[in-house]
Design a protein around this ligand. Structure first.
Ligand code: PMP
Ligand code: GLN
Length: 396
């Protein structure tokens, strides 16, 4: 039998995807598993979300029906999403015409890119850029205009952003709270973006999956809460982080009717619909009392302070976390220069895994001294990670 050509795998995938390898999240989790490392890389909790939510799912699964639901999602869950928008952001949203349930935020993003962008369009992405956006842009043949945030505060460079908007600009993606840099956009910043979008007739795609993880008394501002964006924003969120159930992949997109119709067009051909029993359980979860959301935030604020303080004590330069469940640490004070090398070495030598942040800049042109540790872990897991890092640093 003839040997397959050496580049068989490469040729099997479309040109658009060839520049992208296996995601850094898969690589680092696989390495952590191989090394028995404490996995502070990929952002998922090492505890499960509330038992009451899981019990609802189990009940709904056993009771059935377990058949297809409406492509846009279970009406009761869409109503719960609309209640959430009112409760947290004082926004009136029509569950019939403005909410679409997706398989996690990931599918929501995919459906949005497929429905809204095509060859000849430009999409503005702020750097550091969450890893899913560039390949999605490539798949739909949209050109990416990258605008790096500025300095250690990841400030919005208004002049450069303004210059990035032109006649071909179709959309901008705003991830707030922002992964991996842990920035929370202020209302003023979003208003500047809103004004640019209105001036150039651009759609703002919001990725707000960390909306409930915003610290130190800050408040999350949804793109839909910016008047200039109420009719031109498509906001994608997820239940994954808020309810510590990342494996369920229940996400949703909220947008004015014309953008909702567009996203439903592509969504119906990607997954058609999600799972009824999970959406039943999330209908209950979304309406949990304020104390649930407060306790989640308090718990994460405490974990953030523990991990940030411990990394600082170990000699890292630690950036402030305004939102998300990550901490950014600069490795240069410890004598390291390359985050990717560092993160490939750390699980092997120290038994701890983290994410190299240069992967979120085009061509790794920045962020080479930055690594991301997640703190969505049990206290004993975080303590074990810190103890391992301490032993390793002392032994160097
Ligand atoms: N966007 C960002 C910024 C993320 O960090 C993640 C990972 N949770 C996602 C989207 C994907 O969310 P989901 O797991 O709901 O697909
Ligand atoms: N969003 C998660 C993170 O930033 C990863 C999700 C994924 O693996 N796609 O860690």
């Amino acid at each position: 039998m003839q040997e397959p050509p050496e580049n068989a795998d490469r040729n099997a995938v479309v040109h658009a995807l060839r520049p992208f390898g296996t995601t850094i999240f898969s690589e680092m989790t696989a390495l952590a598993d191989r090394c028995g490392a404490v996995n502070l890389s990929q952002g998922f909790p090492d505890f499960d979300g509330p038992e009451t939510i899981r019990a609802r799912a189990a009940e709904a699964l056993l009771e059935g029906p377990n058949q297809y639901i409406a492509s846009a999602g279970l009406p009761s869950f869409r109503q719960a999403v609309a209640r959430k928008m009112k409760r947290f952001y004082d926004l009136e949203v029509d569950p019939e015409g403005e909410v679409t349930v997706t398989s996690g935020a990931t599918e929501g993003l995919c459906a949005a890119f497929l429905a809204l962008l095509e060859a000849g369009d430009e999409v503005v992405l702020l750097e550091p850029t969450y890893d899913a956006y560039p390949p999605l842009a490539a798949l739909v043949r949209a050109r990416v205009r990258r605008v790096p945030l500025r300095g250690a505060g990841f400030d919005l460079p208004v002049d450069e952003l303004t210059q990035a908007f032109g006649s071909a600009t179709r959309a901008i993606v705003i991830n707030s709270p922002m992964n991996p840099c842990c920035k929370v956009f202020t209302r003023e910043e979003l208003e500047i973006i809103g004004a640019l979008c209105a001036e150039h007739d651009v759609i703002a795609i919001g990725d707000e999956v960390y909306e409930h993880l915003v610290y130190d008394g800050r408040r999350h501002v949804s793109l839909l809460g910016i008047p200039a964006l109420r009719d031109r924003a498509l906001v994608i969120s997820s239940t994954a982080k808020t309810f510590s159930l990342t494996g369920w992949k229940v996400g949703y997109a909220v947008a004015p009717p014309h953008l909702t119709k567009a996203v439903r067009m592509s969504h119906q051909f990607i997954t058609f619909c999600g799972q009824r029993f999970l959406q039943e359980a999330m209908t209950y979860a979304m309406d949990l009392p304020d104390s649930y959301y407060r306790d989640l935030l308090d718990g994460y604020e405490r974990k953030r302070d523990f991990l940030s303080g411990s990394l600082r004590d170990l000699g890292f330069d630690v950036y402030p976390t305004q939102g998300t469940y990550y901490v950014l640490a600069d490795i240069s004070p410890l004598g390291f220069e390359d985050d990717l090398e560092f993160c490939r070495m750390l699980p092997v030598q120290a038994g701890v895994a983290a994410i190299p942040c240069s992967m979120f800049w085009e061509g790794r042109r920045s962020g080479r001294s930055l690594v991301r540790f997640c703190f969505c872990k049990r206290d004993d897991t975080l303590e074990e990670a810190v103890a391992r890092l301490k032993t390793w640093i002392r032994s160097r």
